[in-house]
Design a protein around this ligand. Structure first.
Ligand SMILES: *Cc1c(COP(=O)(O)O)cnc(C)c1O
Length: 396
């Protein structure tokens, strides 16, 4: 748990304008109440089972295991959750919270559109009004996701300021929230932002690790030796890792986007190229220059392409409990293809970063060892993007 001020060591906190302090306090209280509220928990569990499709399977990837010739590899199949990724776990939980606070409206920010779609879905399910802020540039690139949200009754609001991408959409969402906080809840999409968002998102995502804990004991009679997950904001990784943090024999590896190279602007590996700093209301590792100017980032995967990372990850990094590494665009694309061919599972390009790390780790481990990897989402959304890169690679 974070301390009373929402800090994990020196990281986290809530560095926001006074107008938002009230909303954050109200949210924290609602969340702590909901945790103790049997009716809330019962409804959440029911919807997780009947609507999201939980528990998601823990799948033994036999062909990939044999191909790599080392540790036994399991995938936690968040790609099979409704809407195709783990993001629905958090969106559903937070929309239920909005309703319990008596707020009829939710807003969200979205970059590639995945969190927007998850929030639009949960809002439709619960009959909440939903507005999603999206950079005008991103709306162009993700037209299908824009239409998906609109089909579910969500209004997608184009953001034309700044670089017209995720960072600007977050600013607009925060402005909206401050102006309409009485009737609006801001559904933040990952374990970032001011306290209590990192805590709330982690708690709703921890269902992944709780299930995996039970499932691996049933399948193998013991805990895994290693767990691997990709890290954008860090919610799917914390969701998987959190119930295992106390298990010191389980090695935990978070995988960031190494992009094209570790030259500034060519990647999004915050722990390899970043330094402690402030972004979006929280203290964490940030890609920035020596004047604190936020750096440009790059990744083949939109969900990992962000200049900062959740504050609890910063703390887990500095304490050494979780080991962070990065894989390149090319390694992720190779993993995307190998996993598709051997397992008939198209991973999201984000999840393909985790697969790439499995490909590096598994052969060095003996066949009695066990790896559990989080398949955070399915790759259907990325087929066009992957095809472009793969074909360009073949021509070069
Ligand atoms: C958004 C997304 C991620 C990255 O977000 P985290 O908060 O780091 O989990 C990873 N995988 C998929 C499939 C995503 O949609």
């Amino acid at each position: 748990m974070p301390d009373a001020r929402g800090r994990y060591g020196v990281f986290g906190g809530k560095y926001v304008p006074e107008t938002l302090m009230y909303a954050l306090d109200q949210l924290e209280e609602a969340f702590l109440n909901a945790r103790q509220d049997a009716a809330f928990q019962k409804e959440l569990t029911q919807l997780q089972q009947q609507y999201v499709g939980r528990p998601t399977p823990l799948y033994f990837a036999g062909r990939l295991t044999r191909h790599l010739g080392g540790a036994r590899i399991y995938f936690k199949r968040e790609d099979l959750a409704h809407t195709g990724a783990h993001k629905i776990n958090n969106a559903l939980g937070q929309c239920l919270l909005a309703r319990s606070m008596g707020k009829p409206r939710v807003i969200a920010e979205t970059g590639a559109g995945q969190h927007g779609v998850a929030t639009a879905t949960a809002a439709a399910l619960l009959g909440l009004q939903c507005d999603v802020y999206m950079g005008a540039e991103d709306m162009e690139r993700q037209r299908l996701n824009v239409f998906r949200m609109q089909l579910m009754g969500t209004r997608v609001i184009p953001v034309t300021s700044g670089s017209r991408t995720l960072k600007d959409a977050i600013n607009e969402a925060l402005r909206d929230w401050a102006a309409q906080v009485e009737r609006t809840h801001y559904v933040l999409g990952t374990v970032h932002g001011p306290h209590p968002f990192p805590l709330i998102c982690r708690e709703f995502q921890s269902i992944i690790g709780k299930e995996a804990h039970e499932q691996i004991l049933k399948a193998e009679g013991r805990l895994p030796d290693m767990m691997i997950a990709c890290v954008g904001g860090g919610s799917n990784a914390l969701g998987l890792f959190h119930p295992f943090l106390k298990e010191e024999d389980v090695r935990l590896i978070g995988v960031e986007a190494g992009g094209i190279s570790l030259v500034p602007g060519m990647h999004a590996a915050r722990f390899a190229g970043g330094t402690p700093g402030m972004l979006q209301g929280a203290m964490s590792y940030v890609l920035q220059d020596e004047n604190g100017l936020i750096g440009r980032t790059h990744s083949v995967s939109a969900g990992l392409d962000y200049a900062s990372v959740g504050p609890e990850h910063a703390w887990l990094h500095d304490s050494g409990r979780v080991h962070y590494t990065h894989v390149s665009d090319q390694e992720a694309l190779d993993a995307f293809q190998l996993c598709s061919r051997l397992e008939g599972i198209l991973p999201a390009l984000e999840s393909a970063h985790a697969v790439a790390e499995v490909i590096k780790q598994a052969p060095a481990l003996s066949p009695e060892k066990i790896i559990v990897m989080n398949m955070s989402g399915r790759g259907d959304k990325d087929v066009e993007q992957a095809a472009r890169f793969i074909l360009a690679g073949e021509e070069a």
